[in-house]
Design a protein around this ligand. Structure first.
Ligand SMILES: [Zn+2]
Ligand SMILES: [Zn+2]
Length: 367
């Protein structure tokens, strides 16, 4: 079939809108008509120089849509189902077997190889040349996407589908860090470094968990004020100097949990430094270049822990419907983060996100 997709042929983050031929769904695959798709920072990282993602490629990994057809062997969803597309996982490794698919041992190829397991492509351009798809097992910057059975999550039909795509990555990453990984309890405290989509989702989730105090740190005043509206207690404007002392003044003795969403090494160091004894620090993103972080061993010795958290340690079939329920109950108003863009305005959505003008751009699908 013919589809419309944003094809990244270089590193400029200005994709070309092209007509492609899509073949599928193959065995174990699900064809989804995309209704809308979120724009995540990882799309920008992967569309820029230095990324491991091959070209030409269709990016996009926060798709939401309606199942059109299923391939052989698929039983989880049927045509007409509303689905959110999330990250892929193998289903067989030890992490998958223990219901922690975000730590799938095959996560890197499933996310970034951008071909089927046998190396073939299901997308071809007007000249018949292969175009990489399968980014995050979905490539959702398109009118239609091929997902795999494991990364489609069925959602309730009374929820606004065009809003739900970001639950598949950015929103579940922030909220899941708090609810799935930290397992935050009432009365505990949290510092969030960087309140974009991930950090703001963490703030809303900490409110649901009953946090006693939530401190937020960011460079953008608009994001700090949105964080306060969504439940933060204290906002600290980040500048050129570390804010460690400011956080410790807000929460004497340090916080139970610190979440870094920036991937900026000096900021990550501050997130570790504000922990109370036995506190936990989580990192949700990292630089591509393998940069290392220094840490005070003496500081860690007092029961403090530091850990990487992918996709909020979400088991998506359980967690995404739960987040939808929280939203429908009015307890998780992530629509406050979202601004809709036309499909042709993807480059502008990237720009607005990078400039801090929009927290979570969502593209309405191409016709
Ligand atoms: Zn696995
Ligand atoms: Zn993402």
């Amino acid at each position: 079939m013919q589809i419309t997709a944003a094809v990244f042929r270089d590193d400029t983050l200005h994709p070309k809108i092209e007509k492609l031929t899509l073949s599928g769904p193959g065995a174990g695959e699900v064809l989804v008509r995309i209704v809308a798709t979120g724009v995540c920072h990882t799309d920008m990282k992967c569309g820029s120089a230095g990324s491991p993602v091959p070209r030409p490629v269709v990016l996009g990994h926060e798709g939401a849509g309606v199942v059109q057809a299923v391939g052989a062997g698929v039983t989880k969803v049927a045509p007409g189902d509303h689905v959110v597309l999330t990250f892929g996982s193998c289903g067989h490794c030890r992490s998958c077997q223990e219901a922690e698919p975000a730590y799938c041992w095959h996560q890197f190829p499933l996310t970034f190889a951008c071909t089927r397991a046998d190396g073939s492509s299901y997308l071809h351009d007007a000249e018949g040349a292969a175009v990489h798809g399968d980014f995050f097992s979905q490539s959702s910057f398109a009118s239609h996407a091929i997902a795999r059975e494991r990364n489609v999550v069925k959602v309730r039909k009374d929820a606004p589908l065009e809003l739900l795509g970001p639950l598949g990555c950015g929103i579940q990453t922030g909220a899941g860090a708090i609810l799935n990984d930290f397992k935050m309890k009432p009365g505990q405290s949290l510092a969030v470094f960087g309140v974009g989509a991930l950090g703001l989702s963490a703030v809303m989730a900490a409110r649901i968990a009953g946090a006693s105090k939530i401190v937020v740190v960011d460079r953008h005043a608009s994001r700090l004020s949105l964080a306060m509206e969504l439940g933060a207690d204290e906002a600290i404007a980040a500048g050129s100097a570390p804010v460690t002392e400011d956080v410790l003044n807000a929460v004497p003795g340090g916080v139970d949990f610190a979440l870094d969403t920036t991937g900026v090494l000096p900021v990550m160091r501050q997130a570790m430094d504000v922990l109370a004894p036995r506190g936990n620090c989580g990192f949700v993103t990292s630089p591509w270049n393998g940069a290392e972080l220094s840490i005070s061993v003496r500081h860690l010795l007092l029961g403090r822990k530091v850990r990487g958290i992918i996709e909020g340690n979400s088991n998506p079939d359980v967690f995404i419907p739960q987040l939808v329920d929280f939203y429908m109950d009015g307890r998780f108003p992530f629509d406050r983060l979202v601004k809709f863009y036309d499909f042709a305005d993807l480059a502008k959505a990237f720009h607005d996100s990078e400039e801090g003008l929009t927290v979570k751009p969502v593209l309405r699908a191409a016709a």
